[in-house]
Design a protein around this ligand. Sequence first.
Ligand SMILES: C[S@@+](CC[C@H](N)C(=O)[O-])C[C@H]1O[C@@H](n2cnc3c(N)ncnc32)[C@H](O)[C@@H]1O
Length: 433
Amino acid sequence: MRAIDLYCGVGGWSLGLKLSGVRVVAGIDLSTSALETYRKNLGDHVRRADMRTLCYTSLPKKIDVVVGSPPCTQFSYSNRGGSGDLNDGIVDLQAFLSVVDHIQPKFWVMENVPRVAKIFESELLPGGKLEEYSHLVDSVHVVDLAEFGLPQRRRRCIVGKFPDELLFNYREETPTRAMKDVINSFKSQYYDDEMFGARVYSDELSDHDIEDSLTDEEVRLNLEAKTRHPVYNGMRFPDSLDRPARTLTATCTKVSRESIVIDDERTFGSFRRLTLRERASLQGFPGDFQFFAPSYAAKIRLIGNALPPLFSYYVGCALRGVSTGRLRHPWQRKRISLSPQRAPNTKPRLAQHRMSSKRRFRAVIPGFRFNSGMRLQMSNTFVCGQPKWIVDFHYGSPKDIRTIGLEEHSLNVLITDRRAEEELVKLNLSGAE
Ligand SMILES: C[S@@+](CC[C@H](N)C(=O)[O-])C[C@H]1O[C@@H](n2cnc3c(N)ncnc32)[C@H](O)[C@@H]1O
């Protein structure tokens, strides 16, 4: 069975398929670091091309399977709160589907963020932007890859024409893994990679530099963002190791709601982010897969964007028609050799104890009882180098927060006469119409 991997990145699809016995004969991507990573781990059958202007005569012949993950940037809620350019994102879905239409393979599978399921459902309809491809699409699902043994909750839209029932039946056969199954495996002189049945000795592990603990200020900001956020639901801080990890993203600042932060065992009461290697393992990559990129942030992006090979392995088994009773897991299969060259380490930045004097602060003013989601927020700007404090009134739904700056008069009314609260809300809401 021969496959091609479109928007292949570092090869998350290709690696799992290869392990399951599907031969991937071509991969296409634009990113230099992703292509280098793919080549060094999986082979030279990958090339740089723009999927949006791809010349189909360059595609290999006799293809049974097309897989891939077009970019999710425009669809993802973790990018600018979901306000990406959907039409631009749909161009990549069209580019993918157009190749499928050209090749007419036996099977095809596309992965993306959950929102893409809704886009397919509406755009496949008459008059929709994907209508001309509606004859290709057999099924659109949203699945949590944690159900396939990934130690991470990662809900994904899976679209295509493939043995979906068989694939979903495998969920009964896979173990549930928690974040601790990965994190604790790194604590001895070797990493026991239980997903792929391999042992990697600590001195052979790349990208496993443990970062400095978070500073007090970073801890405070984490707590603010995660446990005291006035609009979004509360989150755990630090993250629980007893459950699958939260969804890993392609960026990870130290203080965002997305950042996964765990107890730092080096010092009681301190916290740290995950290492690149821990992130890769939570993304279902074998412990010896090498990531080639010029910076720490670039590696975080490659890892966060990838399709977990643990999942694509099971997709490969379903494509090959392996019945549930005959299913073997990756850790029961022969290992495949990956990059013989170890990727140069990219070190995380050291802790920054000195903060910029031009820092921005934000805080919700406590004590005012509004409906959920509404808040008065104080923040600073700098005018001619001098800090200036302003108060804004925020309201709306989490996906559509509106802001009104309060002038001094309204503020004074609010502060001196608390009964004016409701009036103020009405006043500002009507002022915003
Ligand atoms: C979600 S990632 C795919 C990840 C991949 N499946 C993996 O396992 O690493 C999307 C990929 O699309 C690539 N890409 C974005 N625009 C592209 C284009 N116009 N042509 C080809 N590749 C593109 C990006 O470089 C990125 O690697």
